[in-house]
Design a binder for this molecule. Structure first.
Ligand code: GLC
Length: 429
């Protein structure tokens, strides 16, 4: 682990405390950050990423290859599971391999990759950071310095079956108890439809869903002072939302095997009334080629919470240049290409992934075509970061074990949270 392994940065506010910087200062060039050495090396490169759910990334790279025949990029796709993606990227870095040039890093991995110097500092003056959503740029910094550039943001949304709610005279629920009441009304007449699911397999997605439940009950996973706060009444209520859901059957048993794609398939097959999911699903669930049974029948809303609207975890991915790559300059140019306005716009139009360009969320023509953009913007602006620590993976695994044990009924909620508090205390001390 790097020398900053014990430093914790949680939210924008907390990082401002730790670093003595303004949380919103990231959109302009950073005077405190010495410019990194110029990146050299022009020629063939690779882009390594988790499984591309959208199917559009290869098209984007084909376009780059057409324009840059001397610097062709090859796409390397890793598994769907975020933890498995990280493991392969870490192993590649530990062997100092040149196999990966540009890394599509989950927003939660920046600290680890930067502290270990597996990715290089980027020259921020070369990027239009001021045009990007500030919170996404914050996730790409480590100790004020820029190590990556936002490729896509992500915010959790509540997908709901508008057709079934309309038929019962209902609108999208704002709280967990309204959601339960809606299920009690709608489900008896709709056999084969379950109330709610998210991503509850034991992996990063469960950490996302746990953090959302805790924040949506008014709690936090780690406080603004960097100290873990899961041994609280709010955290208990948050975890109980998930645990009680499984116990009562509102969350179907099989949802404990759901990652993003399993839950998408269930929603698209018409098996869920409500579902927590990222924006990429919108375009897929609206497809009219027969692959979705719910095209034209669903809506998206803010996640529900304990006593009002809930809070999303901030997701997304940032592009970084491997410290061990030969053709770093070409890698940097590819990052400019993929994070530039033209590709961000084209990708939004084709895939419904959350762009990193702020203005795209407000453009009237786009909002008219993609009505979910308004909800998505709210979700991202209100989203909370997961802990920005070098030992993030250990933090996440501790959360996954606590949440999975409690949702499987092998550990009580109080015991799971007490154990988690102890582990997080040790990891963030
Ligand atoms: C999405 C998010 C990412 C998150 C992952 C969890 O890919 O963008 O931030 O960690 O889902 O499965």
């Amino acid at each position: 682990m790097g020398k900053h392994g014990l430093v914790v940065r949680i939210s924008a506010a907390a990082s401002a405390l730790v670093l003595g910087v303004s949380g919103c200062g990231s959109e302009s060039a950073n005077p405190d950050s010495p410019s990194p050495p110029a990146l050299a090396g022009v020629g063939p490169i690779t882009l390594v990423t988790g499984k591309d759910f959208s199917g559009n990334l290869q098209h984007q790279l084909d376009e780059w290859n057409g324009q840059h025949p001397d610097q062709p990029v090859q796409l390397i796709e890793l598994p769907e599971n975020a933890d498995a993606q990280r493991q392969q990227m870490v192993q590649n870095a530990q062997t100092r391999s040149d196999a990966y040039t540009v890394l599509n890093l989950d927003v939660v991995w920046t600290a680890e990759f930067a502290a270990n110097q597996w990715v290089v500092q980027l020259p921020e003056a070369e990027f239009p950071l001021g045009s990007l959503v500030p919170a996404t740029v914050d996730t790409a910094r480590y100790f004020k310095r820029l190590y990556a550039v936002p490729m896509n943001s992500d915010g959790g949304l509540l997908y709901y079956r508008k057709d079934l709610l309309d038929a019962a005279g209902l609108t999208a629920p704002k709280t967990w108890s309204e959601m339960s009441a809606d299920c009690a009304k709608v489900l008896p007449a709709n056999p084969g439809v379950s109330c709610y699911a998210g991503q509850f397999e034991k992996y990063e997605g469960l950490t996302v869903n746990f953090a959302e439940a805790v924040h949506s009950a008014g709690g936090s996973v780690v406080g603004e002072d960097g100290k873990p706060t899961v041994n609280t009444e709010a955290a208990r209520r948050g975890l109980s939302f998930l645990v009680d859901g499984v116990r009562t059957g509102e969350i179907p048993q099989k949802a404990r095997t759901f990652k993003e794609e399993e839950s998408r398939r269930a929603f698209q097959a018409g098996e869920l009334l409500f579902q927590r999911q990222w924006p990429y699903q919108y375009a897929k669930a609206q497809a009219t080629d027969g692959s979705s049974a719910v095209a034209g029948k669903f809506g998206v809303a803010t996640l529900p919470g304990l006593s009002g609207p809930g809070v999303s975890s901030l997701g997304g991915h940032n592009l970084a240049v491997s410290a061990f790559a030969k053709n770093k300059r070409s890698g940097l140019e590819l990052i400019k290409f993929l994070t530039g306005e033209q590709q961000q716009r084209a990708n939004l139009e084709k895939t419904s992934q959350a762009p990193s360009w702020a203005s795209l969320y407000d453009e009237p023509a786009l909002v008219a075509r993609f009505p979910y953009l308004t909800e998505l913007k709210k979700s991202i602006l209100g989203a909370k970061r997961r802990p920005a620590v070098v030992k993030y993976q250990e933090v996440s695994v501790a959360i996954q074990e606590a949440a999975y044990g409690a949702m499987s009924g092998t550990t009580g909620v109080d015991q799971a949270l007490a154990t988690l508090q102890g582990k997080l205390d040790a990891l963030t001390r």
